[in-house]
Design a protein around this ligand. Structure first.
Ligand SMILES: *[C@@H]1O[C@H](CO)[C@@H](O)[C@H](O)[C@H]1NC(C)=O
Ligand SMILES: *[C@@H]1O[C@H](CO)[C@@H](O)[C@H](O)[C@H]1NC(C)=O
Length: 380
């Protein structure tokens, strides 16, 4: 009797000491309960940790399953888990309301790791033969099975055995995240006095992961005003100010924005001849972007009066910076400027709102004067 008790204590610790982990790294394999196909020993615990390469999942299927049944599998069981999640626990000979056996259904790991633990408690009332299972690595079709939108390809997805890669539509470049498609949009210079600038692909959703840069560059003396038109739609956040995508406007050292959301900024009168527009998009979201129409105006110059015996071309009610007019005289008269005679004379509206010169006068030409004098003498 004493020996029996001793054995119980000793054998128990011996068996517990036999609880061990088997590391498996093959693409397929075979696992069985201890002693299979004989009945498994009491008080044993074995864990098989299977790791296959990234891009594969593990499919486990049971050819044979025969374990002691207990309420919620608290005595003997086969537990299948990942690093942080129990996938399923099996026990018994057939599935009941509270216990599950594998049946014909394979178990599929969500990732490339699966841990299988077999445990038996200290006693078995009958003889149970345990289990016999196979596993194999199966390819993950990342293109169709990926649930997380944030990780899927932006444009095209290509699956291959053990992995996948993304590609982009014509005109786009794959971002270094290997997933989103960006555009090259940092080299835009606008030098016309009016123009329209939009986010790439406007009014279709703008590309992800892009840094766009637009410069409006006019001569000093012009002042650029900007007006947002049409749709304005930039990904925003209810609490944080433009954390994802935004447009910023830089005028001299001053930065306006960031702007985002669905309400366009008010028209902006920059009072400057150089304006820079920065547009940033992150790696997610489908928003339609923005459209800016800009106009550059200069200072207005004073009204002009044509000289006596002369005219101004073109004759307008208003003149602005950079406008030029040509002064010419009637027949028999010449433009007189700084003691020189000429046929025409040009003046220009300057950036500070002044004309480059006064309006010259028209003087009767010497020759004409003589001829007129002669003819007067003749008629006398
Ligand atoms: C086997 O996997 C289990 C579950 O993730 C883990 O707790 C255990 O540390 C692993 N054993 C070894 C030896 O890696
Ligand atoms: C993208 O792919 C390249 C080449 O296949 C690889 O070297 C790089 O580490 C990948 N980058 C990321 C962020 O996955």
């Amino acid at each position: 009797m004493r020996w029996l008790l001793l054995c119980h204590a000793l054998c128990f610790s011996l068996l517990k000491a036999s609880a061990h982990t088997v590391e498996l790294n093959d693409m397929f394999g075979h696992i069985q309960s201890p002693g299979y196909p004989d009945s498994y020993p009491s008080d044993s615990e074995v864990t098989w940790n299977i790791t296959v390469p990234e891009g594969f999942r593990i499919k486990l299927y049971f050819m044979h399953f025969d374990l002691e049944s207990s309420y919620l599998c608290e005595y003997d069981y086969v537990k299948v888990e990942t690093e942080d999640q129990v996938l399923v626990t099996f026990c018994g000979r057939e599935t009941t309301d509270t216990e599950q056996t594998p049946g014909q259904e394979p178990v599929l790991s969500p990732g490339s790791f699966m841990s299988i633990t077999f445990r038996s408690d200290f006693s078995n009332e009958e003889r149970f033969t345990g289990f016999d299972a196979h596993y194999m690595a199966v390819d993950v079709d990342e293109c169709t099975e990926r649930e997380d939108e944030e990780l899927s390809c932006d444009h095209y997805c290509h699956n291959y055995i053990g992995g996948f890669y993304c590609s982009c539509r014509f005109g786009y470049l794959l971002h270094t995240d290997n997933r989103t498609c960006r555009v090259e949009c940092s080299d835009n210079i606008f030098t016309q006095r009016t123009g329209v600038i939009t986010s790439p692909d406007f009014p279709n959703p703008y590309p992800k992961s892009s840094e766009c840069f637009y410069k409006i560059e006019l001569e000093e003396g012009f002042m650029v005003s900007l007006q947002f038109e049409d749709i304005f739609d930039i990904e925003d956040h209810p609490e944080v100010s433009c954390p994802y995508d935004y447009i910023k406007i830089k005028v001299g050292p001053k930065m306006l924005g960031p702007f985002c959301g669905e309400k366009a900024p008010e028209p902006i009168n920059t009072q400057n001849h150089n304006v820079q527009i920065l547009f940033h998009s992150d790696n997610s979201g489908e928003n339609r972007g923005w459209r800016i129409s800009y106009r550059a105006t200069g200072n207005e110059c004073p009204q002009l009066q044509p000289p006596v015996h002369g005219k101004i071309e073109p004759l307008q009610s208003q003149y602005f910076f950079k406008d030029q007019v040509l002064i010419s005289c009637d027949t028999g008269y010449k433009v007189q400027k700084d003691n020189a005679e000429m046929d025409t004379f040009q003046i220009e509206c300057l950036k500070d709102g002044l004309w480059s010169s006064n309006i010259p006068t028209c003087k009767r030409t010497e020759n004409d004067l003589e001829r007129e004098l002669e003819s007067e003498q003749v008629t006398e």
